[in-house]
Design a protein around this ligand. Sequence first.
Ligand code: ARG
Length: 460
Amino acid sequence: MKLWGGRFEGGPSEVFERFSGSLHFDRRLLDVDCRGSQAYARALERVGILTATECAALVKAFDEIRAAARQPGFFDGATDEDVHTLVIRKLKERTGELADKIHTGRSRNEQVSLDVRLWLREEIDSILERLTRVMSALLTMARKYPHAVVPGYTHTRRAQPVLWPHYLLAHFEMFARDHESLANARRRANVMPLGSGALAGSGFPFDREAIARELGFDGVTRNSMDVSADRDFALDFLYAASVSMLHLSRLAEDWILYSSEEFGWLELGDGVTSGSSLMPQKKNPDSLELIRGKTGRVFGAFNSLFVTLKGLPMTYNRDMQEDKEPLFDAADQLSASLEMMEAVIESTRLHPDKPARDAEESWTVATDLAEALARAGTPFHQAHQLVGRLVLESVKQGKKPADWTPAQLTAFAPEFTAGIARLLHPSEGMKTREIPGGTGPAAVACALEEAEARLKQWTR
Ligand code: ARG
């Protein structure tokens, strides 16, 4: 069956049908397609195209199709051009000629926009839920190690000591922004396009607001040509999904390193790692590597649709059918990666002694010392020089910060008073960073509570 054909003398060639058919991927829209069509049937009844009995028969048939589609084998042997065509064929099998009325004044151009919006809205809801679970796992881990000190890095060089919860909260903030971006993409998608027709607006006086209300949309689209031409809402999602994957990938990269023998900070659970077919001792972080790997794939999805839309003339062009595969794939990969990341975080243990020792042994306290000198009156540039010389001398002698006694320090330079010598311990200097957003223990405890409160609002 076709939704067109009167104007043609010959049918489509086999190669064209094979080339242009989208059922093998857009079948995923069947459920939302039926729900959208039920709302459309009610709209047709309100404008007098369908009687109440006819409308009820169609609505019931759509419910039957939805149920049938959940059974295995439903799509076997189907050769329809796309999911919209298949649904109407199934409707015809159930309601006969009455089915010929459902597409009155409707175009697949608005229908596909509606379907993708409905599908995306639900997909984003489930992704947001998985994202909040990842964020919650980070906070749980932060609560487990409130005092753990680790070196923070710049340029992959030990820089300044930070609390492990402070580090985890940095990732939390990135995911919190992702939450906002994804919620914004949902808002962009949640606008009702029906009534737009193919491009010029429907020839039937639908109450579009009523359709929007029935389908749970925030409002209606404002321009029929825009509806047929627009996939910005899909791009918004793909961008938000890409940045979310970017954040997952950076966390993955960190933990691949931190769980290596070279770092020895983290122990990943057996359940999220795998062994080697040859080397018996290996415990590989494949779960995290795959998250990092899938990130490129999601960037590709964004890029794919971005480039597809470039230069398309107003309004609908069949190129736009190429929106679905990248969109579906990006949502699947993000969703799976979030689920995986939650399991990784839950299974991971920190060995706090190792990073604490790493922070103590290197001169991560150097900035604390220089700032303390500056607070005591030494101009900062001179303080920086002085501590720099202390570090150089220590490196030459193979001395760690803890090897210096207060007396030796004062002998090195009188500016180093006994009070300043205390700061040779990473956990001491940290206490000078009680600024909002800093790694001071009280500031971090506060930030942790604030983060928990924010997350609670999102999980209500
Ligand atoms: N399968 C098509 C798509 O996804 C549906 C819209 C078809 N519209 C058309 N004018 N051929 O874009």
